[in-house]
Design a protein around this ligand. Structure first.
Ligand code: FUB
Length: 339
């Protein structure tokens, strides 16, 4: 939804139809990456603020400066804000725009992964470490070598290997890269060309680096062909997430300018993944970003919308709702507002 059109919308009426309410309302939060660590739910969101930066297509108005970790004893319990877990001023290599983070736990240590822009305006992904799931996190002095673009999401497979999924086009800068190399002249492929895919790399044993060269993932259509750049309802835009259900790998993502959260399935963490359908229809606000997490034998979608801020795209609020699977493993599409 464009910023110009929001004044005509009756947000009170929409909020009454919302299937879920914001988990917290004292701060704006977005891009929720949810995990269960030691039986408790921890949510690693962006912390939205009004940084006073005018709206533009690069997303500079998303001027976030820090992260707060939220926690819940269960999905119906009160959500606790555990305060500032990491601030950009403490990250030597980063200057601004602390966008969508994720976290992982290994051997009792917690790792917060986050994208931010360097002084030269280029996004990279960093990691910060803590003994506690809520921080404070101590950042590494440099970004992860070979990292680029935005939206890191870390998946732990059943064999204990960790994989990072990342990338986002437009403001997320993925279109500037081919084969992990940046060139200012690179742009999005033409409409009839294969869309750019998300990127995956296994993490090193110490969780601080990539263990391999990042690889581009293919998202295929029903005929086994890579989805095209002009297929805006299905092509990858940003907000990678991976989860495993009944032995299958489910890669989910946002389609950006068509505002859908979609998913594709595959047989291993590297894909290819075959497009299956829509998980979440458009929410209030331009962006859509989610995570999928199993809590007490049920599956939940953590997502955000801009209902609380009455449609301000960079002031979002995280929400949660249950996901239902059909017998064949397909996911029932969620409408965030009742008819
Ligand atoms: O929060 C800033 C950006 O907006 C995220 O990195 C994207 O996924 C979108 O939600």
């Amino acid at each position: 939804m464009s910023e110009e059109s929001i004044e005509h919308i009756d947000f009170d009426a929409i909020n009454e139809k919302a299937i879920s309410q914001p988990l917290v309302s004292h701060i704006y939060t977005a891009d929720p990456s949810a995990h269960v660590f030691d039986g408790k739910i921890y949510i690693y969101p962006s912390h939205d603020i009004d940084a006073g930066i005018p709206f533009n297509d690069n997303g500079d108005h998303f001027g976030m400066e820090d992260y707060h970790v939220l926690s819940m004893d269960n999905v119906d319990a009160a959500t606790v804000d555990n305060g500032v877990a990491l601030h950009v001023k403490d990250v030597v290599w980063a200057e601004r725009q602390m966008w969508a983070p994720d976290a992982a736990c290994k051997n009792g240590k917690y790792y917060l992964y986050f994208p931010a822009k360097r002084v030269n305006g280029i996004f990279q992904i960093g990691v910060a470490i803590s003994d506690s799931p809520v921080g404070p996190f101590i950042p590494e002095p440099e970004a992860i070598e070979g990292s680029y673009s935005i939206d890191p999401a870390v998946f732990e497979d059943e064999d204990g290997k960790f994989f990072m999924y990342f990338g986002g086009i437009w403001g997320g800068q993925l279109q500037k890269y081919r084969n992990n190399k940046y060139a200012e002249t690179n742009e999005e492929p033409l409409e009839k060309e294969p869309a750019l895919g998300p990127i995956v790399a296994q993490l090193s044993d110490d969780m601080l680096q990539f263990a391999e060269e990042p690889k581009e993932i293919e998202i295929l259509d029903e005929n086994g062909k890579v989805i095209l750049a002009g297929d805006n309802n299905r092509r990858f835009f940003e907000a990678s997430w991976l989860h495993k259900y009944n032995g299958k790998y489910y890669f989910s993502y946002s389609t950006g300018d068509t505002h859908l959260i979609c998913y594709a399935t595959g047989d291993n963490p590297y894909g290819p993944f075959t497009y299956q359908g829509i998980i979440l229809n458009p929410v209030i606000g331009w962006t859509s970003h989610h995570s999928i997490c199993k809590v007490d034998e049920k599956w939940y979608l953590f997502y955000h919308d801009s209902s609380l801020s009455k449609g301000v795209t960079h002031l979002r609020s995280i929400k949660v709702t249950e996901i239902k699977y059909n017998e064949d493993g397909s996911i029932v599409t969620i409408n965030p507002y009742r008819e």
